[in-house]
Design a binder for this molecule. Structure first.
Ligand code: 5GP
Ligand code: ZN
Length: 134
């Protein structure tokens, strides 16, 4: 069977910017980071989604501990970070090999929102100036 992209990274057939690995997981930088720190934690074993983890498998607890360590190593544990797993199509999952995201810092989207609010405020002021309305 054809290996998925994360199996290839786990097996060293595709390069990745690794930050941590042990006998259960590999963690590496997301190729398209949405925040200044954006790291993926991937189990070595191919499990397609969160829905497919066997009930007696404790991989999620381990991934949680690894996330905390990665956040500490990157100096974001205290300031805060997001730790999330996308599940299936409507959950935004793109790669069907279980992985958790560790994302910290302001992303481009957040700057865009601040910029849009700023533009809206200036625009309102301009309209008031031109129309003379208060
Ligand atoms: P998902 O939406 O499935 O939770 O997230 C998949 C993530 O994997 C995306 O953020 C995407 O940028 C990242 N990704 C996809 N292919 C690769 C790859 O080949 N290398 C790395 N480092 N990240 C990848
Ligand atoms: Zn895989």
């Amino acid at each position: 069977m054809e290996e998925c992209v994360f199996c290839k990274i786990v097996n060293g057939k595709l390069p990745a910017d690794k930050v941590y690995e042990d006998d259960q997981v590999v963690a590496f930088w997301d190729a398209n980071p949405v925040t200044p720190v954006h790291i993926l934690i991937v189990p070595r074993k191919h499990i397609p989604t969160l829905n497919d983890i066997p009930e007696d498998d404790h991989i999620l607890a381990h991934i949680g501990h690894v996330a905390r360590k990665i956040a500490q190593d990157h100096g974001v544990a205290d300031a805060g970070y997001r730790f999330f797993i996308n599940v299936n199509r409507e959950g935004g999952q793109v790669v069907y090999h279980l992985h958790a995201h560790v994302a910290a810092g302001r992303g481009f989207g957040q700057y865009l929102i601040v910029f849009a609010v700023g533009v809206a405020m200036v625009w309102r002021k301009l309209v008031r100036l031109v129309t003379g309305k208060r």
